[in-house]
Design a protein around this ligand. Structure first.
Ligand code: SF4
Length: 507
């Protein structure tokens, strides 16, 4: 055990009232600042600039951090937050096949207000940090503990050689689950970089290639890293590690690379660590002919590869990609929306295959790592919307009336109501390759299958016309449900009277 226990300041009332997502961003931010989290919040605001909406519009952002921890070997991940948040996050992680225990330190108003929660977390970390079981214990503060100032930075940095990493991942400071992956990946890279700077570190489990390596900053479909390795080989480069990594010791290999490829453009904190380690970082990814040519140029230049060798790599890769695109043309107008960070890359690939893509919306922020993709798309007339809200995505879809809308779950639902064929973005990208020749031929089949159904969607809309919409949807025993505005008005007045009575009691 290390020395004295650092006391936690009493939590502000606004943070302990159990409001969470629904408390309002400004209320929670003010509470967090009052509780001493200003520095952490300022860092989040700089790394993950806000969008037009007040709250995340996808799943709880903390899922990104949780998932990174759960996918790593010998890593324990512990949540500190409201039980409802932890229930949702645990459910989602097991829905996605985590097969790992999610740790939880519960609290109640008293343990939170009196600062006991920090002591409970500390005790849980000591209980968990057994070197025989773990390399690392991660503790994630969700909204209420962050707003209450639970000081995870005062946890011991290591216990018997087991690293301890505490991070704040509140929904009012980290807008998407994509960026939450970066919060943990960046914290781990920082820890590993400081370890490597002070002494020898463990070798990765797998044999290291002799060639200079490229670290991929992205979670990809399993076939994609294999394809990217084949693209790099003629340049005399090899594929290194992917970040987020699957094991602690892989972090050292990731840092010890020649070039970092920020294929997903939202890893701001991770890029900061690679820069601190003196590694060059390139953006975009090897999609289609243009994208692959530009990416090989950028990676080769950053890795000090001779121009002739880069040309050899391009001459080997590009004809096969061109042939795959020509063999799998896409003839459709498509809108693309999502929160994964690869939306611009998918749009590029669709367009190179022949699709018209008038709109791309991504919940992720604009960073320099997607500049090349943005410029390529805008030069061809595509509107690129960073930090896109659901409302913007839906408005673009209704405006454009595409043959296929690729998007998030609520967008797909809206599209189907309108009789527009639609596809969930994650299903489109997570089950097929995107890069190199394999990626070039992979999207045509699914686009064709979906757009073929357009006429069927039209019939469905006709069939369900006149069965009511919204709260009056469906058939009752005696006919279509009717709207009752007078009942709504009665309840509105009752609610207003209740609020007035409550505020009178409070004064
Ligand atoms: S932790 Fe997630 S689910 Fe819980 S209040 Fe925050 S954003 Fe909402």
């Amino acid at each position: 055990m290390d020395g004295a226990i650092a006391p936690q300041a009493a939590a502000p009332e606004a943070a302990t009232s159990g409001t969470g997502c629904h408390g309002g961003r400004e209320t929670m931010v003010a509470a967090a600042r009052a509780a001493g989290k200003s520095e952490a919040l300022d860092r989040m605001m700089a790394d993950y600039p806000r969008g037009p909406h007040d709250q995340p519009q996808s799943m709880c952002p903390a899922f990104g951090s949780l998932r990174v921890g759960l996918r790593m070997r010998r890593t324990a991940t512990i949540l500190s937050g409201s039980a409802c948040c932890v229930y949702g996050l645990t459910f989602t992680s097991h829905f996605y096949g985590a097969k790992r225990t999610v740790g939880y330190v519960p609290f109640n108003s008293e343990t939170l207000v009196k600062g006991q929660l920090f002591e409970d977390i500390r005790a849980a970390v000591y209980e968990t940090a057994k070197p025989a079981d773990y390399d690392c214990v991660v503790v994630i503060n969700l909204c209420v503990p962050t707003a209450s100032g639970v000081p995870l930075d005062r946890l011991p940095k290591q216990i018997d050689g087991v690293r301890v990493i505490g991070i704040d991942v509140p929904g009012f400071g980290v807008p998407t689950h994509a960026e939450a992956k970066d919060v943990l990946a960046g914290a781990m890279l920082r820890y590993a970089r400081l370890e490597a700077e002070t002494g020898p570190v463990a070798r990765p489990r797998m044999a290291l290639p002799d060639e200079p390596t490229v670290t991929l900053l992205a979670e990809l479909f399993p076939a994609d890293p294999v394809g990217i390795a084949a693209l790099l080989k003629p340049m005399g480069m090899a594929l290194g590690t992917q970040v987020p990594t699957r094991e602690w010791r892989d972090l050292y290999a990731a840092l010890d690379c020649s070039v970092v490829a920020a294929v997903h453009p939202f890893y701001t904190a991770s890029v900061r660590e690679f820069h601190a380690a003196g590694r060059p970082v390139v953006g975009s990814g090897p999609v289609g002919v243009d994208g692959t040519a530009a990416w090989l140029d950028a990676v080769g230049r950053a890795g000090n590869i001779a121009a002739e060798r880069i040309d050899v790599a391009k001459a080997k890769a590009l004809p096969a990609i061109r042939a795959a695109l020509e063999a799998n043309p896409i003839n459709a107008r498509i809108t693309v929306s999502g929160y994964e960070g690869s939306e611009l890359l998918v749009a590029r690939l669709l367009m190179e295959a022949g699709a018209e893509v008038p709109y791309v919306g991504t919940a992720c922020p604009r960073t320099e790592w997607s500049d090349a993709d943005r410029e390529w798309l805008q030069a061809r007339g595509t509107h690129v919307q960073y930090r896109a809200s659901l409302e913007q995505d839906c408005a673009a879809m209704q405006d454009v009336r595409p043959d296929l809308a690729v998007g998030t779950t609520p967008l797909v639902q809206k599209a189907k109501e309108l009789g527009i064929p639609a596809l969930y973005f994650t299903n489109m990208v997570s089950a097929r390759p995107l890069f190199g020749a394999a990626g070039a031929g992979s999207l045509a089949g699914i686009v064709a299958a979906q757009t073929r159904g357009r006429e069927r969607y039209g019939r469905m809309v006709d069939f369900f016309t006149n069965v009511g919409t919204g709260e009056a949807t469906g058939y009752g025993w005696q006919g279509v449900p009717q709207d009752h505005p007078q009942a709504k008005e009665r309840f509105r007045k009752m609610r207003a009277a209740k609020v007035k009575a409550e505020s009178a009691v409070g004064t």
